[in-house]
Design a binder for this molecule. Structure first.
Ligand code: KIV
Length: 272
């Protein structure tokens, strides 16, 4: 088990074995500073490809690259000590074949030090998940609304509204669990479906906009901290850091414009 400063880091196996226990806490982290602040409270940190939209100003997660994920993933591993770090495989880096997925997932684990990868898709990704698992790569699956399919879906709306869609999402979850995924993110489905999946699969389900029927929750950190302008409706804001940054910046700008800088006690000590 990986140990840093005497602290054991959680592993995919821990997470899989916590099914049915205390609900699992997962949140996104994209860089070392925030990872350092949130690590102690989280079971898992997700280096989500949402970083493309949240921190790079991209319109969707589709343009996110493997190099971006590796850069952010390595920073989050450096900033954290005890949470399992899971790195998203970006669009176009795993869908083509199990071999392509292995090559890119291996790069992620080798170059970031993360403990697992996440990929989107259900039945169609099951063979790839099994291929990776057999070769030493723990995989978290992601079913329900899958943002990388935005060009097919048309919008980031809730899914599972018809009987056919619900049956497909359940089949997806069962397929990835049977293929060896250690946990499953379920995005934007209603409570009865989340509850049915959670009851039927033997691995933890981590909901995002999928109710408290799941075994845990993942949120985009910037949404819950009040740093994004229009978070999804299901997100509770635990802080208003956007407003705090605005107030701090206004105070700083006013002082600089009045030439009140730096505060005398904060000047560098002179050598002579
Ligand atoms: O990229 C991300 O932040 C995610 C979460 C929405 C689950 O995949």
């Amino acid at each position: 088990m990986p140990v840093k400063d005497g602290i054991r880091r959680r592993t995919a196996r821990h997470i899989r074995e916590s099914k049915g226990g205390t609900p699992l806490v997962m949140v996104t982290a994209y860089e070392a500073g925030m990872a350092r602040l949130v690590d102690a409270h989280a079971d898992m940190l997700l280096v989500g490809d949402s970083v493309g939209m949240v921190h790079h100003g991209l319109p969707s997660t589709v343009p996110v690259t493997l190099d971006m994920m590796i850069l952010h993933g390595a920073a989050v591993v450096r900033g954290s000590r005890q949470a399992l770090v899971v790195v998203d495989m970006p669009f176009g880096t795993y869908e083509e074949s199990p071999e392509q997925a292995f090559r890119n997932a291996a790069r992620i684990l080798q170059e970031t030090g993360a403990g697992a990868v996440k990929l989107e898709g259900g039945v169609r990704m099951a063979a790839t998940i099994a291929f990776l698992g057999e070769r030493g790569i723990p995989v978290m699956a992601h079913v329900g609304m899958t943002p990388q399919a935005i060009h097919v879906l048309g919008s980031f709306r809730a899914v599972g509204r018809s009987e056919g869609e619900r049956a497909k999402i359940l089949a997806d979850a069962e397929a990835v669990a049977a293929a060896g995924a250690f946990a499953i993110v379920i995005e934007a489905v209603e409570e009865p479906l989340a509850a049915e999946i959670t009851q039927k699969v033997a691995v933890p389900t981590i909901g995002i906009g999928a109710s408290a029927a799941c075994d845990g929750q993942v949120l985009v950190l910037d949404d819950m901290l009040g740093l994004t302008e229009r978070p999804p409706r299901f997100v509770k804001r635990y802080a208003e850091l956007g407003a705090a940054v605005d107030a701090a910046m206004a105070a700083y700008a006013a002082e600089v414009r009045e030439r009140r800088f730096p505060a005398p006690e904060h000047t560098y000590p002179r050598k002579d």
